[in-house]
Design a protein around this ligand. Structure first.
Ligand code: SIN
Length: 512
């Protein structure tokens, strides 16, 4: 067993985790990433940009107002105000750290417009490659910090608690097999992204199987609003996994949705293709339920396409399509988790020694539905806030020694049976806990998950997926209304008294 000691362990190497790491660079920090450093997770593949009220006609208050509307009554205004007010300063720091955003011919930052934003406020890099540029800059900045150590290709199996229940480290497996690693730390930050891969169709990378949600739940961290999953309306409907995203900016540029040769979104919402994401996603789903294939027509962009949307263009080419002349087959796909580990304005969880930021956390900023391009900004702003809070906490927190740990006994190789059950889980989540939910469907899903547990009592690969799937399903069963990303055909209306939904997982099963 390998053991490392640090002041802070950060699980996740995307925008949230690296912002926190840079803020703590005077401390000994270990950043643990599931894939190769800088390669995995959602940040490097984020196409859409970063929303930020930096334009001359814009203000944090206007940005807040748009965010609150998208959140459908459940956003926490104080946290939204922090996001929009501190966003510009954090963007300037990111630029100082080397991130290059698209600019106008006279050298000013160029702001794009997206659905439900009342101003042009979306920063992009290389058109639709914003996340890749942000990750590149943050990785380069982190590599210059001698106190930050990177442990890559490490699957974090669980958090370690001291005798008082405080988090004092983590343990995981390197390279999916062999060595167990223990990182002993006074503070642990969860910044390990979302849950998209518990769904059959998703835009999320292989890493996003709900690890952070599951390991936090198992130490009884309070979760919040975990029933709210955002389904992006337009993923390219191919056999690829993940499905390539067709950025919302395409619809921002006037791309139109057709099913059976007919434009259908005009019948559903006054803003047609630019209606809120959940409305467009369910509109497409309804056409698919009628047996119709849905297409996005962006041919009007013409020869500008490869320059404006190089990432999408490359995906289309891989699929044998030319977006300059072909309509593109689309499907909704699980894209973002609004809920997560409940945190305060400084990313603190209810568990001593544990912080969370980015998609794994629930600051309440996104409410029931996230506004486009607010996710990278949230990671940036709250990652920085977490670093400040941890630094302040060192004056008072005490490190407790980790008890001797047993080697992880669970086998790490993955069998065909486990893979088949992972696919069954994903299909079940898609069909029963997806865009349109019912009580009977969700109860069926829970039965399927129990059967999967019974067949795989020792599976390290499945345990976090199962726990994340169960958590989302239980929470969705408990919310008896429809709001934002959570739609129940058996409770199709808003409940005017609906509140945030704190959730403590009580499942223990055979996973521990
Ligand atoms: C997109 O480009 O459509 C995705 C951006 C986001 O999820 O905010």
């Amino acid at each position: 067993m390998q053991k490392i000691s640090a002041d802070v362990a950060i699980i996740g190497g995307g925008i949230a985790g690296l912002s926190a790491a840079l803020g703590l660079s005077q401390r000994k920090v270990v950043v643990v990433t599931k894939a190769e450093f800088g390669k995995g997770g959602s940040t490097p593949i984020a196409q859409g940009g970063i929303a930020c009220a930096m334009g001359k006609d814009d203000s944090p208050d206007l940005h807040t107002a748009d965010t609150l509307v998208a959140g459908d009554g459940l956003s926490v205004k104080d946290c939204v105000d922090i996001l929009t007010a501190e966003g510009p300063e954090q963007i300037r720091k990111l630029i100082e750290n080397g991130a290059q955003f698209d600019r106008t011919p006279d050298g000013e930052l160029s702001f794009g417009r997206e659905a439900a934003h009342c101003r042009r406020r979306i920063l992009h890099a290389n058109g639709d490659s914003t996340g890749a540029e942000v990750e590149r800059a943050l990785v380069a900045a982190v590599k210059k910090c001698p106190n930050i150590e990177i442990v890559e290709n490490c699957y974090v199996a669980d958090l370690i608690q001291d005798q008082n229940g405080a988090i004092s480290g983590l343990y995981g497996r390197i390279n999916g097999g062999g060595d167990t690693i223990v990182v002993e730390a006074q503070a642990v930050v969860l910044a390990c992204g979302g849950i998209g891969r518990v769904y059959q169709f998703t835009t999320n990378p292989a890493e996003s199987v709900g690890d952070g949600l599951a390991i936090a739940a198992r130490v009884r961290a309070v979760l919040s609003d975990v029933e709210f999953v955002q389904f992006h309306p337009t993923a390219l409907n191919t056999k690829l996994d993940p499905l390539p995203l067709l950025t919302e900016a395409l619809r921002g540029e006037g791309a139109i949705l057709y099913a059976g040769g007919r434009r259908f979104m005009c019948d559903i919402h006054k803003d047609a293709e630019l209606a809120p994401r959940d409305v467009v996603a369910r509109g497409i789903w309804a056409q698919q339920q009628k047996g119709l294939e849905v297409f996005l027509d962006a041919t009007h962009i013409g020869n500008e396409f490869p320059k404006k949307f190089p990432t999408v263009f490359a995906f289309c080419q891989q699929a044998g399509l030319d977006p300059r002349s072909d309509q593109l087959p689309v499907s909704p796909a699980a894209h973002y988790h609004m809920g997560g580990v409940r945190v305060d304005q400084f990313g603190r969880t209810n568990i001593d020694g544990l912080w969370a930021c980015g998609e794994v956390s629930a600051t309440g900023v996104h409410g029931a539905n996230r506004l486009a391009s607010n996710s990278l900004l949230e990671g940036l702003v709250f990652g920085a806030r977490v670093s400040v809070d941890i630094e302040n906490s060192f004056a008072t927190r005490q490190r407790h020694a980790i008890a001797i740990l047993p080697e992880l006994q669970r086998p790490t190789f993955v069998t065909d049976d486990e893979l088949a059950d992972a696919n069954l889980l994903r299909k079940t989540m898609w069909n029963d806990v997806g865009l349109v939910r019912t009580e009977s469907g969700m109860k069926h899903a829970l039965d399927v998950f129990d059967e999967i547990v019974a067949r795989n009592p020792q599976s390290l690969m499945l345990c976090n997926m199962i726990d994340a799937a169960r958590i989302i399903t239980h929470a969705a069963l408990e919310r008896k209304e429809s709001r934002g990303g959570h739609y129940r055909s058996d409770y199709p209306n808003h409940d005017p008294n609906a509140q945030h939904h704190p959730f403590v997982y009580t499942g223990n099963g055979p996973w521990r």
